[in-house]
Design a protein around this ligand. Structure first.
Ligand code: GLU
Length: 321
């Protein structure tokens, strides 16, 4: 009978590997369509988390999803540990208002940090005769899939404008990733996407056919921004996309990174630390993340309580008092 003789060193290595495995934690981040910014932003978070996996044993995965509202619901049901969500939907989920009225307040929703700004972006075919947001009435418009943030925000805007689905000759509910092609195939006249810039989907829609970005600025929009803290007026710089050389005025929200109070403090601490301690590298991973400012990331658009793990990192790093 053969006996396996391990050297002291090999035995120690095996034991260490066993210990690391026992500590391994899997986290999944809910994002959006692959041509949006949430998906690459989630990928960027996982990349920095993986950099120091040896220290914390967290394995991070990214899921392409229907967007903000889907992500918040999946965190609530425990299917996902983290997600990216618009600041307006973070607010409504925590407070049990608007689209979250039926489910009631999600009291365990926790903010981790905020990410990039997301202007409410309307792209129209150049031949559709749409010069301003009001011109969408009577046109074929993709209002977005029900789990997406833009669909929720579009519904708020529609209600404020006195519009409903019958205002449009066609109101489609395509996923974010399908919109650009539908626009260029002439199946719709305009698409709506609340997204960071530059985004792959808007690049696709503006390069594959002749399109324009439309101003979303009228008295109704100004009143909405005035009334609600989570909306801001926003500008999409001229020249960023083909066909639109002038600045575009619209309103917008912020992308935020959220989790649940049920996710352990240690896990949220390490994920937060990975992003903030590698912030230059993190910013370089997508152009829409390039202008992130750490002082804004710890406060802007966060209406749910900050998760204890993130709060601990912010205070240790001197980012909050
Ligand atoms: N804001 C969009 C949503 O909440 C997603 C944008 C993106 O994927 O970058 O559904």
């Amino acid at each position: 009978m053969k006996t396996l003789h391990l050297t002291g060193l090999a035995a120690a290595a095996l034991m260490a590997a066993g210990a690391a495995q026992a500590q391994q934690t899997f986290i999944s981040i809910g994002t959006g369509g692959v041509t949006g910014v949430y998906y690459p932003a989630g990928g960027a978070i996982c990349r920095v988390v993986s950099r120091d996996r040896g220290e914390h044993g967290i394995r991070c995965g990214v899921e392409s999803t229907g967007g903000s509202i889907f992500n918040i619901n999946a965190i609530r049901s425990g299917e996902l540990e983290f997600g990216v969500a618009q600041s307006d939907w973070q607010y409504h989920a925590f407070n049990g208002t608007s689209r979250f009225e039926d489910d009631g307040p999600f009291e365990d929703l926790r903010a981790v940090f905020s990410l990039h700004p997301e202007p409410f972006t309307v792209v129209a075919r150049a031949d559709a005769g749409i010069a301003s947001f009001d011109d969408l009435a009577g046109k074929r418009v993709n209002v977005g899939n029900p789990g997406s943030g833009q669909r929720g925000t579009m519904e708020v805007v529609m209600a404020a404008m006195g519009w409903d689905m019958n205002t449009f000759s066609v109101a489609s509910e395509l996923q974010a990733g399908e919109q650009a092609q539908a626009l260029c195939d002439n199946n719709v006249d305009a698409i709506v996407y609340t997204v960071g810039h530059p985004s792959g989907a808007i690049q696709e829609a503006t390069t594959a056919c002749d399109t324009v970005l439309v101003n979303v600025d009228n008295d109704v929009i100004r009143a909405l921004v005035e009334e609600r803290d989570y909306y801001r007026m926003a500008t999409i710089p001229g020249g960023m996309y083909r066909g639109t050389d002038e600045d575009v005025t619209t309103f917008g929200v912020g992308a935020t990174f959220v989790t649940s109070a049920a996710v352990p403090e240690e896990v949220v601490f390490h994920v937060t630390r990975a992003v903030f301690e590698n912030i230059d590298f993190f910013r370089s991973l997508h152009p829409a993340l390039g202008a992130l400012d750490t002082a804004e990331m710890v406060s802007d658009g966060l209406s749910a309580p900050i998760h204890d793990g993130a709060a601990r990192f912010f205070s240790e790093a001197g980012l909050t008092d």
